[in-house]
Every structure is written in C-alpha cells, then in structure tokens.
Design a protein around this ligand. Structure first.
Ligand SMILES: C[C@@H](O)[C@H](NC(=O)OP(=O)(O)OC[C@H]1O[C@@H](n2cnc3c(N)ncnc32)[C@H](O)[C@@H]1O)C(=O)O
Ligand SMILES: Nc1ncnc2c1ncn2[C@@H]1O[C@H](COP(=O)(O)OP(=O)(O)OP(=O)(O)O)[C@@H](O)[C@H]1O
Ligand SMILES: [Fe+2]
Length: 530
C-alpha cells in the first residue's frame, strides 16, 4: 500500500510517500523561516500556499518513478487535520481534498500529535509504549488505554519548544531557538532555575521568567542555556518516569521537534536504563514536523477503514490527541506490570523496601539529572514528605507514622500501611474518601502535589502516602491541580473512570471548597494550542 501524506500545521510545508510493503518513507519539506521574531500565522500560511504545491509535485514525481503500474499508484491521501495554526491548516486541508479528488482515492485526516507518537511506535516495534511528545507547541505524555491515547500529563502553559524560543527571542537570537540553546549549553555551567512538576503535569512559565531575568542581570547566556536544558529536560525525564511507573509500562518513545536535542535524548536514555526500561527515539527527520509521520499513520488508519468523507473533513486547530478514536489498534489494554520486585517496590522516585511492619523509602540519585539539581530535589522532597505526612495525620487524614528521617541520604522510615495500592483496588467509595482527604489537607493550607492512585494505600482504611511534592499554599489553582492530577491518574488506568471520578468529586465537595471544583473544570477546558 502507498499513501501520500501532507503536513503543514505551522512551519514545515511537507509531503511524503510511504510504501508499507517496503516500509520506506520519502519526504520532501520546505521550512518557513521568519525574518524576525517567532512564527507569524499569516506569513506561515502564505508560505504553505506557495510551498505545498511544490513539495506535493516532487512527491508525485517520485511516486510515478517508483510506481509498479500506470500513474502514481497511490491508495490514499493523508493530511494533518490539527492541532496547529488555523490559516495553515486550512490551506493544507484544501490541498489534500483537491489531491484526493484528482487521484480519486480516499482522504485520511490525521491528528498531528498522535502522528508524532505513532512514528516512534511504528519504528521501534514496541507494543504499548508511553510516549513523551516534546514539540514546539506541545509537551505531553500519552499512554494507550481503552481505545484512546490518554493524556497522562502535560504542560500547564506553553509547549516546550515555544518556551525555549521565547527565551532566545529575549536574548536576540533568531527563530528557532532550540538548536542555539543546545549549542550554547555545551560551553555553560549549570545555572539554577525554578523546577515545577505537579504529578505528571509541569509548567514552564516560572522558569522562563527566571531565565529572562537572569539574562537581564548579566548571568552568562551559556550558563542560562545549560540551566534551561538541565531543568526543563530533567522535568520531562522525571514525568516520563512517573508515567512509566504509574502505567507499569517499560517502553518509552520520544516524539516532536525538541526530541532532536541530544541532551534530552541522553537523559531519557539514562532514565530508562536506570529503571530497566527500553527507550526509542526516531531519527531527526521523523522528530521535527514532517509529512512522513502523517503518511505512516495515514496508512494504518486507511487500512482500518478510517477515512473521511470530503464534506466532513474540516480542520481543527485545537484537535487534542485524546479526542481521536484509535481505530488502527486491537482492543488490547495498556500493558501493566507488577512493580513489586522481591520485597522491593520501584516507585518513580524511590526504592521502597518493605518488611512486616516497616517501610524504608530511599530517594535514589538519578543518573540523568545534574548532580546539583539532584541533590537539591532529593533533600527538599525528603524533608517535605516527612513534615507533610505528619501534618496530614494531625488534621485527621490517615498516613503512615514517620519513624526516622535522613535528608542528606534521602531516606525515610515509615510504618507499613494498607494492603494494596488504590490502583489495584479502585472503588467509588475509596475514591470518595480520597476526595475527602484532599479537602482536609487543602483546608489545612497545603497540597499533596502527586495524589495518584499509586499514592493511596487501601485496606480497612484509605491512607495517603508520598507527600514529597507537597507544599503549603492557599491558592485555588494549586488545590484544583491536586484534583486534576488524581483525575488524570484514574482516567489513565481505570476501565470505567466516570463513576470513580464522580464519587471523588462528591467526596471533595462534601468537605472542600466549591470554588476549587469550579477551577478544576476550567483547567480541564483550557486549550493549550494557541
Ligand atoms: C502543532 C504543530 O505545529 C507543532 N509543531 C512544532 O512545534 O514543530 P516541531 O518540529 O515538532 O518542533 C519545533 C520546535 O523544536 C525546537 N527544536 C528544534 N531543534 C531543537 C534542539 N536541538 N533542541 C531543542 N529544541 C529544538 C524548536 O526550537 C521549535 O520550538 C507541534 O507539534 O506542537
Ligand atoms: N507506608 C507504606 N506502607 C505500605 N506500602 C508503602 C508505604 N510507602 C510506600 N509503599 C509502597 O511503595 C510504593 C512506592 O512508594 P512511593 O509512592 O512513596 O514512592 P515513589 O518513588 O515516590 O513513587 P511514585 O513517585 O511513583 O509515586 C507505593 O505505591 C506503595 O505500594
Ligand atoms: Fe509537531
């Protein structure tokens, strides 16, 4: 089967031919390079108008040269339907419809973010990996579950590449900034910047303001670049590890233009090696925006009969990956592995040794992380965990009693609690109780920071554990983020999440602030593809 793909969501005017029998991809791209500043939507759309016909022509010539029979021998035309810049998407959509009609073949509408993921899965041969998409306008973790790619975690503000590009514009460098930061960082020393992860979500705005401020204050730009890479990529590696731990998966693939960064790939490789997982990153031509990935996923969708009638083929600038019904995979569930190895449990951050009544939690040093950052995070989280675990118990939330703490070594000794993780025994009643517990700690003025279904223990009572990401705050947004993190962990792993989430919110509502639930709705509704 042969599929022609067209990509043009933002900067890459690209066309490709995928031949599924030979597993060969031919790509022709023409990038848009702004004269100054970042990507201007109107200019980018003009570029698409000029460049798309030419790249398609080149691919059609190639198709004719390599065709077995008469003509171009193409079975379907696939195009990026979104997310992306509206004016660009519309031009690409029009071109794709016209081409499908001329060739008299079906049209396939591809989600660009799912294509960034599927190219890695296709090439790695992995069965059910977690995917880290690190691109310009996006940054998220996806895991397959019950017929959809679930967003396990994502940026709460801008995409990772756009965040980096904003910094480089501030220091007067031309677009795109990512490769320039990579080059400059080689000559720099680590400069400390804020580090922000909340469960598997993360945010870049505070880091970017601090980085710009540091530049204005005269910190050498190479040092800031080194700090940016170590901090931002350290966060991405950490949330990727959390996603592996939560889903019990031991395969990770990388997607998106920022994935071309060698330091990011090195960190992800080191993280996977340390936890015994496998890592795959496609070659650079498949990481940055390209029509090859659109053609490859287009072929899978076409084979599954997932084609688009022309009248229903409108584009969607806010197309989220979790809106796509995954028609091209079987109904296999995401793989889940028992994380218990002997008497040792492997969390994302720590190794936990369990005997009959005691638990020793050791925050291990992470090989991927800069030593200074590693030391700072391990100490800070060990202290926070010991404190907040006890504070929560004082306001009536069941938690394990803390027997000993050694911040320098990152070690805490607790009482053993519960019989299993909530993840293994999810019921509506228990979710309701977790909601009540979170409401209580919020009323006491702090958040848990990572309330997933693996961080609650159940048995006769329902306990909260693992307060290492918690902190004191009265902000509605921070409280709502706790609820969002729990919601995402349920959605990413439960067969039927709705009744569980309803009970969880009822529990929270019975003890907590309605304003927080209203903010949760707002967080869930935020589009992040502007
Ligand atoms: C919706 C779609 O239009 C968008 N595409 C996109 O953002 O282009 P992509 O090719 O995936 O990524 C471009 C980004 O990738 C960054 N980048 C490129 N090379 C880099 C490097 N060596 N290190 C860090 N960032 C790099 C650029 O600075 C730029 O921000 C997306 O996938 O989010
Ligand atoms: N006090 C305890 N009693 C019983 N089991 C525990 C206790 N503390 C931890 N565990 C077990 O160890 C696992 C990992 O612990 P914890 O979540 O604290 O580590 P972590 O590395 O921070 O994990 P993650 O970051 O993946 O949430 C828990 O999911 C739980 O199964
Ligand atoms: Fe992209």
């Amino acid at each position: 089967m042969r599929v022609l793909g067209i990509e043009g969501t933002a900067w890459a005017a690209s066309a490709a031919l995928f031949d599924s029998e030979a597993d060969e991809v031919f790509i022709e791209s023409d990038p848009y390079q702004p004269d100054s500043g970042g990507i201007h939507p109107r200019e980018a759309a003009e570029h698409m108008g000029d460049a798309i016909p030419a790249v398609v022509e080149t691919v059609l010539d190639r198709a004719a040269e390599t065709a077995e029979g008469e003509g171009a021998d193409i079975d379907a035309v696939a195009f990026s339907r979104g997310p992306g810049l509206g004016p660009c998407l519309r031009i690409v959509g029009t071109a794709a419809r016209a081409l499908a009609q001329t060739l008299d073949v079906p049209l396939v509408g591809v989600n660009h973010m799912v294509a960034h993921l599927e190219i890695g899965r296709h090439q790695s041969g992995f069965d059910s990996p977690v995917c880290l998409n690190a691109s310009g306008a996006n940054a998220h973790l996806l895991g397959y579950h019950n017929g959809r790619y679930r967003v396990l975690g994502e940026t709460m503000d801008t995409g990772v590449g756009n965040a980096i590009d904003k910094f480089t514009r501030h220091v007067g460098w031309s677009h795109p900034g990512g490769p320039k930061v990579e080059r400059a960082a080689r000559d720099g020393e680590f400069h400390e910047l804020p580090y922000v992860v909340k469960g598997m979500d993360f945010s870049f705005s505070g880091i970017m303001s601090a980085a710009k401020q540091a530049a204005d204050d005269g910190v050498p730009v190479e040092d800031i670049c080194a700090g940016l890479q170590e901090t931002i990529f350290g966060m991405l590696a950490e949330v990727a590890e959390r996603a592996l731990s939560l889903t019990g998966t031991d395969e990770l693939v990388l997607g998106g233009g920022v994935g071309q960064n060698e330091r990011l790939r090195e960190m992800l490789e080191a993280m996977c090696e340390q936890r015994g997982a496998e890592f795959y990153a496609p070659e650079p031509r498949f990481l940055r925006d390209n029509a090859g990935m659109i053609a490859v996923l287009g072929a899978k969708m076409y084979e599954a009969g997932d084609t688009l009638p022309i009248p229903e083929s409108s584009v969607d600038p806010n197309f989220r990956p979790d809106q796509v019904p995954v028609t091209w995979r079987g109904d296999e569930e995401s793989v889940a592995r028992d994380p218990t190895i002997g008497g040792e449990v492997r969390g994302a951050e720590a190794t936990v040794t369990i005997d009959s009544d005691r638990v020793v939690k050791r925050r291990v040093s992470k090989a991927y992380r800069h030593p200074e950052l590693d030391d700072r995070l391990r100490r800070k989280r060990t202290v926070a965990e010991a404190r907040l675990t006890s504070e929560a118990r004082r306001v009536g939330v069941p938690t394990p009693v803390v027997r000993d703490v050694d911040p320098a070594e990152g070690v805490i000794v607790f009482d053993r609690v519960g019989e299993s993780d909530l993840a293994g025994n999810l019921t509506a009643d228990r979710c309701r109780t977790v909601g009540e517990h979170l409401a209580r700690i919020h009323r006491a003025g702090f958040v848990h920071g990572d309330p997933t279904t693996r961080n609650a223990r159940v048995g006769e009572r329902t306990y909260l554990i693992d307060f290492g990401l918690g902190y004191h705050t009265g902000h509605v947004e921070d409280h709502a983020m706790d609820l969002h993190v729990f919601g995402q962990s349920v959605e990413g792993t439960a067969a039927e999440p709705e009744p569980l989430l309803r009970a969880f919110e009822e529990g929270y509502g019975s003890e907590g602030d309605d304003e927080v639930l209203a903010r949760l709705r707002e967080i869930e509704g935020r589009g992040r593809y502007q």
